[in-house]
Design a protein around this ligand. Structure first.
Ligand code: RP5
Length: 181
């Protein structure tokens, strides 16, 4: 693949969240303007101590870089990709075209409209190229879904997920109790 960019990476996923650990999730987004939406999901990955990389790989502005990143992800030890994009949000589908890894799409609400265009762009994939579509701006669920996928083969992540569910139930029960007082 020929790069148009001068900042050609030496290796895909060159900026791991924890350099000493093997990244398991690759988070990509179409633009730095998507970052505020992606950040709650990054916080979830940190909470679960899941090492990740985060990069801007635009399907239409940097297509060669996007293809290189997605197609090398599995060989780089990545187990799951989270892809956020808004508007004509073809990034998750394009990423899925370049990897056999599970791809979780986050529809980002554009500056114009309510995000339905982003959602439908991601959820309405043609048969044969599946992408898991989250709700609009819901990077939290994207990260939690990644944790569920990784938990199938990683008991430590599964244990943290069960704890997360118990904590969540506890918080809601506590709110219920306070309301009933
Ligand atoms: C998409 O276009 C990005 O994912 C972003 O949500 C949207 C707008 O991008 P910018 O024009 O803000 O860079 O590719």
């Amino acid at each position: 693949i020929e790069y148009a960019d001068k900042d050609k990476p030496k290796r895909a996923n060159a900026v791991p969240s924890k350099p000493q650990e093997q990244p398991l999730v690759a988070v990509v987004m179409g633009s730095d303007s998507d970052l505020p939406v992606v950040q709650p999901g990054l916080a979830i990955l940190k909470k679960f101590e899941i090492p990740y990389t985060v990069r801007i790989t635009s399907a239409h502005r940097t297509p060669a870089w996007m293809a290189e990143h997605a197609s090398s992800a599995a060989a780089n030890g990545i187990k799951c990709i989270i892809a956020a994009a808004g508007g004509a949000a073809h990034l998750p589908g394009m990423v899925a075209a370049y990897t056999h890894l599970p791809v979780i799409g986050i529809p980002v609400k554009p500056t114009i409209g309510d995000g339905m265009d982003s959602l439908l762009s991601i959820v309405n994939m043609p048969k044969g190229v599946p992408v898991a579509a989250m709700s609009v701006n819901n990077s939290t669920n994207a990260a939690l879904y990644a944790a569920r996928i990784l938990g199938v083969g990683d008991a430590a992540i599964a244990k943290k997920y069960v704890q997360y569910m118990q904590d969540s139930r506890g918080e809601v029960r506590e709110k219920d109790r306070k309301l009933a007082e």
